[in-house]
Design a protein around this ligand. Structure first.
Ligand SMILES: [Zn+2]
Length: 180
């Protein structure tokens, strides 16, 4: 340790933090996101296009992971050879637990989305098959960019809360609120 300290050179001026991944040493969420994308070897087409400053970074990051199917659903865990009792969704107990099933396809998730669409006054004939489709659907809507951002904020928060509720059922066996 002393050897290491010997090579340290002190510069005049105040101490400051330096973010190594940025050329100027300045931290930014965007640079960190790009670094994560690079580390995961994800192609440019998979870049997270829907970064939304109105929702917390953890929700943004989570929604992005949902879109690229990197959340620990049973199907993915089994694929990584993690022992599981079965591959079934613990909420409906009928279908395989995939990312799209948890977020959109499960009966309880469908019911949540339907209520959200009614609340937002968006045609309820829409049925989402996956997170990507959900967020891309917002692009098709007619309205100002700000309104679309509001809708995206609600959608991202919904994705986050569906996952939270799935975990409560999975790990704490908490009953979900009635979703009829
Ligand atoms: Zn299910």
């Amino acid at each position: 340790m002393l050897q290491q300290l010997n090579s340290v050179k002190f510069k005049p001026g105040e101490d400051r933090w330096k973010w190594k991944s940025d050329n100027k040493g300045v931290f930014s969420v965007a640079a960190t996101r790009n670094q994560i994308i690079k580390q995961h070897g994800i192609g440019v087409e998979e870049e997270w296009k829907y970064w939304n400053k109105w929702v917390p970074p953890k929700v943004n990051y989570f929604t992005w992971r949902v879109m690229i199917e990197r959340i620990p659903v049973k199907k993915e865990l089994i694929r990584r050879r993690i022992p599981m009792n079965n591959q079934l969704c613990s909420r409906c107990g009928i279908q395989e637990e995939t990312v799209d099933h948890v977020i959109c396809g499960c009966t309880s998730s469908k019911s949540v989305w339907k209520k959200i669409l009614v609340w937002l006054k968006i045609p309820t004939s829409t049925e989402f098959r996956g997170c990507r489709e959900t967020l891309e659907y917002v692009n098709e809507l007619t309205g100002s960019n700000e309104w679309k951002k509001v809708i995206r904020t609600v959608f991202q928060t919904t994705v986050w809360n569906i996952w939270k509720s799935r975990n409560e059922k999975e790990f704490e066996d908490k009953l979900e609120p009635a979703t009829t």
